[in-house]
Unconditional design. Sequence first.
Length: 271
Amino acid sequence: MRIVSLQPSITVTLAGLGALREVVACTRYCQDLCPEIADGAQTIISDSWSANAEEILAARPDLVIVSVPYKLESLTVILKAGVRVLAFAPKSLADVYGDIRMMAALLDQYVAGEKLVSGLQDEIAQTRDETAKYPKTRVYCEEWGKPLIASQPWIAELVEAAGGVFVGEPGRQTTAEAVAAADPEVVLAAWCGAGDRVPLHQLALRPGWDKTTAVRERRLYCVTDELFNTPAHTLAGGLRTIRWALHPQKFWHPEGIRGLDDLAPAEKKVG
């Protein structure tokens, strides 16, 4: 089967299923999660948000797999390409598990699919057990900064599993003032497409944030984008950053998270 993948979550799942060889085209963002793509076997094309029918057809796919975010015009372009389309719109961890299983069934990789699902479920269950005895922590997670948008429901579920209480409504727009009023004890920012370049010192200067527990105790963190915003089995990496941020004395410091005192190169000019 010749597959065109228009989101990193799709590509990394296919890689986990041992089916990356089936992928004939994918996006440049997929390379961040699947270094194997750099060997040139896959054509690099536009993503679900800015799909291009000509690029898709040039790859001669049997199937195009897309996932949110996509806009109506882009989805129309994909459908007009005249090939079969499988579209995902996950919101919860249950949706993520279902999407993995559907792709596994499509490729006759049932065992591999269950292994990916159970691996994430087991880590969540273990984290829940290990953190159950600790005090609950108020946590604000941010997916975008202009406007402020809280992280998706699957992140809220991971926060809860790690012994936290998610501040605000997952996936919804909010304001700096509303976040400040909730007084989060920990702030985790993972902006879509920003990698690890969220300007934490600018966030700390938002109205009222100087009075929040998170800023006063310097528990304001940037989490690498794909650890929160890629709905796949790789969310286990995001869970590790959350549980460390909430319980730094209980867990090892994982990769993909930095705090106010760990400046990224892009932040040094901000000061």
